[in-house]
Design a protein around this ligand. Sequence first.
Ligand code: ZN
Length: 332
Amino acid sequence: MTKPLVSPYQAMAAGTPGFLARAYFSLKPYIPRPIRLAMRRGWARRISKQCRATWPINPEAGEVPAGWPGWPDSKAFAMVITHDVESRSGLEKVRSLAELEIAQGFRSSFNFIPEGPYEDPAELREWLEDNGFEVGVHDLNHDGHLYGSRQGFRDKARRINHYLDAWGAVGFRSGFMLRQLEWIHDLDVLYDASTFDTDPFEPQPDGSQTIFPFQIRKPGGSGSGYTELSYTLPQDSTLFLLLGEETPEIWKRKLDWIASRGGLALVNIHPDYVDFSGRRTSSCYPSSLIKDFLEHLCTRHKGAFWNPLPRDLVTWYRKEVVPLNRDANPAC
Ligand SMILES: [Zn+2]
């Protein structure tokens, strides 16, 4: 992958999340959101120009892994929808977003922050499960400090494992896509979704460079490890809030490319930023953009894709693909 332009936001958090990342996330609560957003928008515009060769499509990421058996029922590609719920206002919009997806015949996962800006939404979790959705764990406190130290992570992993167990969840995603993939072995998960094939806008901008799932094995070969699901469509916040896109054309273009390569289209949509009354503001975009994208998926690719919950995709992957690829473990 061409080395992406590094914005100051990224410089503070590049590589493994270290001192500068911790400093940034310590200062973040004191910088007014409009100022942070304006700064990030400026950097995002520069990055999108500099990274045209590798974003939104990095051609190298389309390479089919050796021994790939194809998707169940001979489907051409898979489409997985995930959601991270960041705030109380996001929580209030979860049902509307889930109902929009139900109306179009989709199911997805919603990841909640266990000890963050809102109380454990027990009733909402139950409603989602009853309606065929999956619930996952999103970070612990969502403050950018999850990977601050090895021992600190071990302590937090115990808390996260408590919520995974209590919620019956098997999937995890870090806040801000920060990650230490080796440490994630401490979590009792089947999969992690804190990576992306290409996303030069994130604080740790290195991509997995693949649009296929892959397995992160435990060092020393003990146990099967966990499956990594990279998101492969840009995040809604990047497209509609940072870059100011007014249509889902980039989602559609990337989706069509993933479909042509037989990969996994995985998107992360935040209910927090969706406006169901059709308004566009500095922090929200109209829900019609999601509807438009899902309609494109259903008409252009009718019958050609599999829409599993992430946990169902991973269960299939561990049963059918992992045994075929003992040595497959792309670097991320
Ligand atoms: Zn988040």
